[in-house]
Design a protein around this ligand. Structure first.
Ligand SMILES: Cc1cc2nc3c(=O)[nH]c(=O)nc-3n(C[C@H](O)[C@H](O)[C@H](O)COP(=O)(O)OP(=O)(O)OC[C@H]3O[C@@H](n4cnc5c(N)ncnc54)[C@H](O)[C@@H]3O)c2cc1C
Length: 426
């Protein structure tokens, strides 16, 4: 079977929709299944293999895991910066330092690029799709991170039908790899495209939206906008905000988003080493380096290619800029911890090699959480799971504090601390 069916069955699809665009027989359909938007291949498939070749899944097999942290996670670069836009309106509405939007706005306004493909949806009734924006567009509606799989089918269609247009493309590492595969397979002129890569730790499936719909305070209300992160109330890094169609709104601490991340993680993200978007011209993320702390938010910027550097040099007066080091970036983005993903890749069968029992346990814990997020009543299922986990954790802490053994002998008695039953020595 020379198509993407196997990739979907292995839970390795990132739902970028590019396979649908490249299919010469138009026999790939994107269908909603639970909280996913997955391609299905019809019987008209001629097994040309283009959908499998365009799929960014190849990235999972290609990285050489014996490389140093620098090579494996950081990739090639010319310089690493901390930047913040000087445009206060863009900055206030941005996720981090507003660098993505400032770059796009400048390049469109200066006619250096014809258009950009960006998002403008915060309701998520259907899958997010990047859309055409040009210099006449209002970019405010595009800002802020959506931690969900995005379809890049439209930008690919546009590039194929308008091969001479200069286009800015933005996305996570996996999505940009898919777009770059498309450009190569379609023999498009790669000099026409600028790749802005977002750092990406994990992407969540659309169950995350359902979770907020099932939140007790969303009862009988319809979500108009769900912002995973907004600086409007608490400043950077921002909290979750839900705006309802009846005009009311709900602010939730950022811990609420972090809490659910592992439950809705796309399984593919468990095996990915491309957090810093290694194939972009310019990679962008939050700047977590302590000396740059700023409640307005700053961005980490990696200028990778000559094109990326030249573009940034052209517009650098729009930013406040400081130099950063690779070591600072690697430690602030906690890249060393990502080595564990090599173990996960082995457990998935993507790599060969021995795996420790500890890694196996952690991996199965991840898969267990992903399974929980498939329940219909997922708000309750997740919170019950977390409460149970917290109780077990507290129990083991209390056991350690009071040197309690799991003994049944008479030297121990049952007591209740903070509502938790434990045995202590008489
Ligand atoms: C799934 C995901 C995971 C991330 N994980 C990390 C992380 O672990 N560490 C870190 O430092 N940074 C991470 N980021 C990047 C960070 O959240 C900001 O997007 C980045 O710093 C750019 O901020 P900005 O203020 O420059 O951009 P803004 O002015 O907020 O503009 C953001 C631009 O990105 C576009 N966009 C938003 N979401 C998506 C998406 N899913 N796909 C394609 N385009 C999108 C918007 O349309 C807009 O053009 C992640 C982003 C995403 C989307």
């Amino acid at each position: 079977m020379n198509n993407i069916t196997k990739i979907v069955h292995q839970n390795l699809c990132i739902e970028c929709g590019i396979c649908q665009t490249i299919c010469p027989k138009k026999c790939i359909l994107i269908q909603k299944k639970a909280y996913h938007y997955l391609p299905t291949v019809s019987t008209q498939c001629v097994h040309c293999g283009l959908c499998a070749q365009v799929c960014p899944v190849g990235d999972l097999f290609n990285d050489d895991h014996s490389q140093s942290i620098h090579n494996l996670f950081l990739g090639e670069y010319q310089s690493i910066l901390c930047a913040q836009t000087r445009d206060q309106k863009i900055l206030k509405n941005a996720t981090s330092g507003g660098v993505a939007t400032q770059i796009i706005s400048e390049l469109l306004n200066k006619n250096i690029y014809d258009c950009a493909f960006l998002l403008d949806d915060y309701a998520y009734e259907v899958q997010l799709q990047t859309k055409y924006f040009d210099k006449s567009s209002n970019l405010a509606q595009t800002q802020k991170s959506r931690y969900l799989p995005v379809s890049h089918a439209r930008s690919c269609e546009y590039m194929a039908t308008h091969p001479s247009k200069k286009v800015i493309l933005i996305g996570t590492g996996c999505a940009l790899t898919g777009i770059q595969n498309f450009i190569r397979l379609k023999h498009l002129n790669k000099n026409n495209y600028l790749f802005l890569g977002l750092f990406c730790d994990k992407m969540m499936n659309y169950g995350a939206v359902e979770y907020f719909k099932q939140h007790p305070q969303s009862q009988n209300k319809k979500i108009k906008h769900l912002f995973f992160r907004t600086k409007s109330q608490t400043g950077w890094p921002g909290n979750v905000k839900i705006e309802y169609t009846d005009g009311s709104s709900l602010d939730l601490p950022s811990a609420e988003r972090m809490k659910i991340k592992d439950f809705f993680i796309m399984e593919r993200c468990l095996y990915c080493f491309n957090k810093l978007n290694k194939k972009a011209d310019i990679s962008l993320g939050d700047n977590y380096i302590p000396r740059h702390a700023d409640s307005k938010g700053k961005s980490s910027v990696i200028l990778r290619t000559q094109l990326g550097k030249d573009i940034f040099d052209l517009i650098k007066e729009k930013f406040d800029i400081q130099e950063d080091t690779a070591d600072d970036l690697i430690s602030s983005q906690k890249l060393e911890q990502k080595r564990l993903l090599i173990e996960f890749a082995k457990l998935k069968g993507l790599r060969k090699g021995h795996v420790s029992r500890e890694s196996k346990n952690l991996y199965h814990q991840h898969l267990k959480k992903i399974k929980i997020s498939q329940s219909a009543n997922l708000y309750q299922a997740i919170n019950t799971f977390i409460a149970h986990e917290n109780k077990s954790l507290l129990k083991s802490i209390l056991r350690t504090v009071f040197s309690i053994q799991n003994s049944r002998d008479k030297t121990h008695k049952n007591i209740t601390i903070l509502g938790i039953k434990v045995k202590i020595k008489r």
